[in-house]
Structure formats: structure tokens, C-alpha cells
Write a protein of this length. Structure first.
Length: 253
């Protein structure tokens, strides 16, 4: 079991997210007690498969695969073992593929060596997100409606969602003020009107026309897949296509 010396910032993170820094070897955990969060993400250049395994739930100990237990993934008749990736707070397992086409299927398997059983989860990629308007570096007054345009999903799955995250940043010398607003379950029809005043992204009383402001839009089209029923309750498998529109300038009054 690993132990870390935590800084004040790290302790705050743990309190805010209820994440665990502790690790348990898979040989000490029954299959039914393994919680999984498995996802494939693509930006239209390649795809990354990431699997997070914890004991019992999202907030349980990180699972370290040992003694022949392993994760592997297959896509387009190409199979890869998933490699362990360790950062300060987490263990996960990863693999990268040169595939990103819509409906590409990924089959992610967890093999338990002692029990000689294999858990199988599958998911397919949603359509890539192609942003049409506006263009990077365009400028809009804060009180003007901005019309987002993208190529709508041609055949969205029933279990598919679209989320748009809007991030603002305003700078005046050394002073910087940022804000974020998330639009969940956006209708994927290729258009969305953004009213900055209604979203209150620039309502901070310190802001005035001496600040240089910009916004970024992050699009995330998510499709859920099937998760092996032998994983612990709350486990999930999904795929994400994402794209970002950066540096839209906003002038304040």
C-alpha cells in the first residue's frame, strides 16, 4: 500500500473530490467488488482508451493489477494490453489507437487470472464534432447574441449526449478574472445561441471595459456503451468525441 506526504493544496483536493490516494492489489479483491470507469476519447486525430479501477466505488482505493490480472482492448482487429499510468492521486490503465472514425467499436476486457474469467465492456465512438462558426479570434460585444454552429449528429444513438463548456478569461494588467458555465444535454441540431448576459459570465462587479476578455467553447459528444454486469454497481463505459473553439474575443461595456 502506497503512502504520500500531502501538501495543503493536495489535502484540499482530497476533501473536495473525495478521491483516494491508497492502492490495493487486485489479488486481494473479489471481481464483484471492482468498480470501473472505462472511456475512449478522441479529438479526431487518434483515440485514447482509459480505464480507472477502484475498490467498490469511485471513492474506493485505486486497484493495482497484479499476479496475471490485466486489461486489454481490441479495436478494428487490433489488440493492445493497457499500460499502467500513475500520477500523484491516481492509477489508471491506458492504450492509444490510430482510429477515430464514427462507430469504431472498442472492446475492453479485464482478465482475472486466479478465477480465469474475463469481463467484457464495449462502446462505439460517436460522430466527430466539426465546428462551423464562429471563427477563432472573432470579436463580439458582450451584449450581442453569439450563434454557435456545428455539423449536427446525423444519426445520434439513444444514449448519446452533447455538452458545451464555456470558459471566460478577462485580464487587465496582472489582474485576471475567470468563469465557467456548462451547458448540459444540448440539443444536437447544429446550432446554439449564446447570451452572455443571461449566462452571467461577465457579471463580476470588478469587470469593466479596461479588461481584455475572451471565451473558449469545449464541445463533448458522449455515447454510453455496455458494461459487464460483474463489475460493481455504478460502473460505466462510454466514448467521447471532443473539439474546442478557442480565443473568441468579447468586448465589455
Amino acid at each position: 500500500m502506497r503512502h504520500f506526504k500531502l501538501t495543503g493544496i493536495a489535502i484540499c483536493c482530497l476533501l473536495a473530490t473525495a478521491c483516494s490516494t491508497e492502492t490495493t492489489d487486485s489479488s486481494d479483491v473479489k471481481t464483484e467488488a471492482i468498480w470501473s470507469d472505462i472511456y475512449v476519447t478522441t479529438n479526431g486525430n487518434d483515440s485514447r482508451v482509459i480505464a480507472e479501477l477502484n475498490v467498490s466505488s469511485r471513492n474506493g482505493n485505486n486497484l493495482n493489477l497484479v499476479q496475471g490480472d490485466k486489461l486489454f482492448v481490441t479495436a478494428n482487429n487490433t489488440s493492445k494490453d493497457m499500460e499502467k499510468d500513475v500520477d500523484f492521486f491516481d492509477i489508471d490503465y491506458r492504450a492509444t489507437f490510430p482510429f477515430y472514425a464514427e462507430d469504431t467499436q472498442y472492446e475492453i476486457k479485464l482478465y482475472r487470472a486466479e478465477e480465469k474469467v474475463t469481463l467484457k465492456s464495449t462502446v462505439t465512438l460517436p460522430q466527430a464534432i466539426d465546428i462551423l462558426a464562429p471563427q477563432t479570434e472573432q470579436t463580439f460585444p458582450v451584449d450581442e447574441i453569439l450563434d454557435l454552429r456545428w455539423i449536427k449528429a446525423s444519426s445520434p444513438a439513444d444514449n448519446e449526449t452533447l455538452k458545451i463548456t464555456i470558459s471566460s478569461k478577462c485580464k487587465n494588467g496582472n489582474e485576471e478574472i475567470s468563469s465557467t458555465h456548462i451547458l448540459s444535454d444540448v440539443e444536437d441540431d447544429g446550432k446554439k445561441s449564446i447570451d452572455f448576459e443571461a449566462l452571467e459570465l461577465f457579471k463580476n462587479e470588478k469587470l469593466n471595459n479596461r479588461f481584455d476578455c475572451s471565451v473558449n467553447f469545449e464541445f463533448e459528444r458522449r455515447r454510453y456503451g455496455s458494461t459487464d454486469s460483474r463489475y460493481a454497481a455504478g460502473s460505466r463505459t462510454y466514448a467521447i468525441s471532443h473539439n474546442t473553439l478557442d480565443n473568441i474575443n468579447i468586448t465589455l461595456k
